[in-house]
Design a protein around this ligand. Structure first.
Ligand SMILES: Nc1ncnc2c1ncn2[C@@H]1O[C@H](COP(=O)(O)OP(=O)(O)OP(=O)(O)O)[C@@H](O)[C@H]1O
Length: 272
């Protein structure tokens, strides 16, 4: 695969957070203000990753492994401290209009919809943001709301929706502009098994019918097993494994029927 065809090409991608630490209590707070204790934490450590178009890749790792930091750099929310990064031929941190028009992010734990108004009102705002023509906007709303079964929910204030209903509306909003690359950060968190399956099927169809590349982070191993042909395990800011589920099982030393939870627990056992 040539470098230009990759959707994501990261080489030695690094992020070091600089922060100041403060001792407990009022005295500590005052001392922290006068003489701050500077600290550094390497959250992502020379990570290299190439993702071709149309792939669904699962980014897995224990808490604090560096997944969110990686995703924030990939979508341009954080500027890398070092390394090379190209996403859809762009440097994400520049946040060009073309780049932002071709990516999207959906968070299971954070709503992108306006709480007190209807989903449709949020969609109208996104229509302006992405400069979509009326025919393109109408066609996207029709297709997405039908596929996600939210046609009757679009005009209901978001605060009145159940979590499962809201997540489906979040996806309509996230996909309105037809991105080539979707970052889905824990999209099924808190959903019941029916809602989870519906969302999972939708993501699989989106990938199959539109060729959308999907980067999924999830602690729900059944999502990953069902959707991701490729799994990258991040720990301490580096990729320790990159392959498919069968290879991961073999590497973990677990038996062939072991579920992904058991496999990952074996891989991360003993980490500090
Ligand atoms: N703004 C920040 N300042 C300092 N350190 C940070 C900051 N954000 C994250 N970190 C640290 O960077 C490391 C990686 O954090 P990150 O949130 O990327 O992990 P994660 O894999 O997404 O974890 P989780 O699964 O718990 O969401 C952690 O040690 C975290 O404490």
């Amino acid at each position: 695969m040539s470098a230009t065809t990759a959707v994501i090409r990261a080489t030695n991608l690094t992020k070091t957070y600089r922060y100041s630490e403060q001792a407990p209590g009022l005295a500590g707070a005052v001392r922290g203000l006068l003489r701050p204790q500077r600290r550094e934490r390497i959250a992502v450590d020379a990570l290299s990753l190439t993702v071709p178009p149309g792939q669904i890749i699962g980014l897995l790792g224990p808490n604090g492994a560096g997944k969110t930091t990686t995703i924030k750099m990939l979508c341009g929310l954080l500027r890398p401290t070092g390394g090379e990064l190209e996403v859809l031929g762009h440097r994400p941190a520049r946040r060009s209009f073309d780049f932002l028009s071709r990516i999207s992010v959906v968070f299971g734990q954070k709503s992108m919809l306006w709480w007190d108004v209807s989903t449709y009102d949020s969609l109208l705002i996104h229509r302006e943001m992405y400069a979509l023509t009326k025919p393109r906007f109408d066609a996207a709303v029709d297709e997405l709301s039908e596929r996600l079964d939210v046609t009757d929910l679009l005009h209901v204030p978001v605060r009145k929706l159940s979590l499962g209903q809201r997540m489906r509306c979040e996806l309509v909003l996230a996909l309105l502009h037809g991105p080539d690359l979707l970052f889905a950060d824990e999209p099924t968190v808190g959903l019941d098994v029916v809602a989870k399956l519906a969302l999972r099927n939708f993501l699989a169809e989106l990938n199959r019918d539109h060729g959308t590349t999907i980067v999924l982070t999830s602690h729900d191993m059944s999502d990953v097993a069902a959707l991701c042909g490729r799994i990258a395990l991040i720990d301490h800011g580096v990729i320790g494994f990159d392959g498919d589920l069968a290879e991961l099982r073999a590497r973990s030393g677990q038996h062939a029927d072991a579920d992904l939870d058991q496999v990952l627990a074996a891989m991360f056992r003993g980490r500090s």
